[in-house]
Design a protein around this ligand. Structure first.
Ligand code: GTP
Length: 380
């Protein structure tokens, strides 16, 4: 992992900024089929991680994007400067995460609100649910009101974190209480239109990956198209549930419209780990050292007549499906539909690039470029 200091003057002398870039094993990003989430003027969409000291911000970022094991986070040192993390080198989804020190002071003249909140897509506020959260709620209110005044388009995501230490009843009660207090305070101050989303998270299970998946999904302009394609695919192939995963981070960037249950998501995450680990150890690697490639495919039969089926969509994405064993008798159909699905995904990105180019050239016929997406021909 390379770690490099950035120019201090851009953020003011009080706020040093460090940045590091993900160093995954699949080589430099080639721009082939990226999915830029809603971007800021710099081109990179930005997700801010804020919250009180020791609430777990750095741990979340390390576990989700740097494969750090949860136990190792016990040894993380307190962050004393803004740390910028580029999730772009090889991951399919491209954005920046800015991890803020817990003691950040918005009233400090060095804190450039316009610059920090101006180009921000989502603000994740982390609350330690194992601690007294009254101070955290005050900070949340201050942060949200401050950020909203600068940029009303920010999505506010509240992670009620470290819930591994709480009983189920306690979790629900904490969520209800935090939800109510946070919203009441905003209403009292006249911020009725601010919308906060709440998630119960822990780095010790898959809840943090699930929550981050939802945060990232909200920033993907093509999400409705991806979901639509997945719906068409599952309904024509006898599949119960399908997730489109960013393989490196195990964030799912889209799923079909049936409800997500945590166990299914965990199973699919575990399958990705198994496939990547086996491929890394026993598979052939390409020139970039990547073990996940065009031929990556895996089938796991569970002891409850369920099948997990994984197919590579492109260098960064995998489709993981859950289906009944008897439906897999029609594997030919599933594979045929999968190829149609994969081609359609490719078209989404081609169209996106065309739209971007057309917008740059102020082409008045941009709408026509969307048409190929309506013609996905799957077999039933
Ligand atoms: N039980 C539990 N502990 C967690 C979880 N996430 C983080 N921690 C622990 O919380 C402590 C603080 O985590 P950090 O990630 O350093 O917190 P931070 O918010 O970045 O702290 P500052 O840099 O001081 O702002 C560490 O000991 C982590 O191991 C969680 O989900 N559950």
């Amino acid at each position: 992992m390379s770690y490099e200091q950035e120019e201090e003057d851009h953020y003011g002398p009080g706020y040093e900024v460090g940045s590091y870039t993900k160093d995954y094993n699949d080589g430099p990003y080639d721009g082939e089929s990226d999915l830029n989430v809603n971007s800021n003027p710099e081109g990179k969409p930005r997700i801010l991680l804020m919250g009180l000291r020791r609430s777990g911000k750095s741990s979340i970022q390390k576990v989700v994007f740097h494969k750090m094991s949860p136990n190792e986070t016990l040894f993380l040192e307190s962050t004393n400067k803004i740390v910028k993390d580029e999730i772009s080198n090889s991951s399919f989804v491209q954005f920046q995460i800015w991890d803020f020190p817990g003691q950040v002071d918005f009233f400090d003249s060095n804190f450039d609100c316009e610059m920090i909140f101006g180009g921000c897509g989502a603000l994740v506020f982390v609350i330690d649910a194992q601690d007294d959260y009254i101070d955290a709620l005050m900070k949340l209110n201050l942060t949200v009101t401050r950020a909203y005044k600068v940029n009303p388009n920010i999505r506010f995501e509240v992670f009620i974190h470290k819930v591994d230490g709480l009983s189920d009843d306690h979790k629900i009660e904490a969520q209800r209480d935090i939800h109510q207090r946070a919203n009441d305070e905003l209403m009292e101050e006249g911020f009725d239109s601010v919308n906060l989303s709440f998630y119960l998270t822990s780095i010790y299970d898959h809840s943090i990956f699930e929550a981050f998946s939802k945060v990232v999904q909200k920033l993907i302009p093509q999400l409705p198209t991806l979901e639509n394609l997945l719906n068409i695919f599952v309904s024509n192939s006898g599949i119960e549930k399908a997730f489109l995963f960013d393989v490196v981070s195990k964030i799912y960037i889209a799923t079909d419209s049936s409800p997500v249950d945590m166990q299914s998501y965990e199973l699919c995450c575990d399958m990705i780990d198994v496939v990547v680990d086996i491929s890394c150890i026993y598979g052939t690697k390409d020139a970039d050292g990547a073990a996940f490639d065009h031929q990556s495919l895996s089938l796991i039969k569970l002891n409850n007549s369920t099948i997990l089926y994984l197919r590579e969509v492109n260098r960064f994405l995998a489709l993981v499906c859950i289906l009944r064993e008897d439906h897999f008798a029609r594997q030919g159909l599933i594979d045929y539909n999968f190829v149609c699905f994969r081609n359609a995904i490719q078209e989404v990105f081609e169209v996106r690039m065309q739209v971007q180019q057309a917008t740059n050239n102020t082409n008045p016929n941009v709408g026509e470029l969307i048409q190929p997406l309506n013609s996905v021909a799957l077999k039933e």
